[in-house]
Design a protein around this ligand. Sequence first.
Ligand SMILES: Cc1cc2nc3c(=O)[nH]c(=O)nc-3n(C[C@H](O)[C@H](O)[C@H](O)COP(=O)(O)O)c2cc1C
Length: 170
Amino acid sequence: MDVFEAIRKRRSVRLFQNTSVPLEDLLKIVDAGRLAPSGSNLQRREFIIITDRATLFRLNEVQPVFDTGAAIGVIVDQTRWAVEDASAAVENILLAATALGYGSCWIEGTLIPREEEVKELLNIPKEKRLFALIPIGIPLTSGEQAPKRPLEEITHLNRYGNKLSLPSEG
Ligand SMILES: Cc1cc2nc3c(=O)[nH]c(=O)nc-3n(C[C@H](O)[C@H](O)[C@H](O)COP(=O)(O)O)c2cc1C
């Protein structure tokens, strides 16, 4: 699958078949996160792969999307660019998961109020941030793409306000 196909196929999957995910695939997905750009190439990101069923069950208390074989946590420190670096890694992870035929979802909003509790569960040091959790698994259904704003509505050519007339795409 090329990168454009992965971008088009990716969607937030929140319901999964309850099958395990081979560690080999999880390492490929994490490696895509490792290779993402980072400010000044500082690469302060770390990743945690979660395959333990009891831990995944506990993560369901954050949001019930972890009835699946695996999850990946993206950990950063509190330095400059941490949010950008973590975001770049998350997007690479989502695309790599899609390319390997897995569903995934960027879980951050529901994690924020429970971050300290989940860090404790996963033994993540207090000074680090658990930026996002990403469930990985085979989707239960092939969901529709979430509505996206049309390209011509959000694209300007040379000067803001110069709109392009483009064929509409999904
Ligand atoms: C910063 C950020 C935080 C998000 N947090 C959550 C979350 O906590 N729970 C969730 O179900 N989805 C979360 N999402 C996924 C969005 O809801 C999803 O990307 C959006 O609805 C568009 O759907 P799509 O990913 O299928 O294109 C988050 C996405 C981003 C970029």
